[in-house]
Design a protein around this ligand. Structure first.
Ligand SMILES: [Zn+2]
Length: 118
């Protein structure tokens, strides 16, 4: 049975709006790296093609650190972390589960990613 679902996502102020195709059979994760510990979000992985930004790309600011491979996007207006292009697979994104409509952590298996030691 197909457990993919297309859901809407947005930052808090609404300047950034997007759509994502998530797979409910793919675990969401919490990461213990120094950045994720601070932002505290649950992250849902999607393919690059699985994310479409409808508006507000220009309102996102990018934060890069460590190896500078991953790109962490935050809304310039409300400061919310929306998604990031992932270091372990730059052809994918990690989405902030809290920004997605119609799905919650109850829909996913939650795993711990050991970003601090990878
Ligand atoms: Zn915003």
């Amino acid at each position: 049975m197909d457990r993919t679902r297309t859901v809407a996502g947005s930052c808090h102020c609404g300047a950034v709006r997007y759509e994502a195709t998530v797979d409910l059979d793919a675990p969401a994760y919490r990461c213990n790296c120094s950045l994720c510990r601070r932002k505290g979000a649950l992250i849902v992985p999607v393919t690059r093609a699985g994310l479409t930004v409808h508006r507000g790309w220009e309102n996102l600011t990018v934060y890069q650190w460590h190896t500078k491979v991953a790109k962490h996007y935050f809304c310039r207006t409300c400061g919310i972390y929306t998604f990031h292009q992932r270091r372990i697979d730059p052809d994918s994104y990690g989405l902030n589960l809290g920004c997605l409509e119609g799905v919650s952590e109850d829909d996913f298996t939650i795993e711990l990613a050991d970003g601090a030691n990878e």
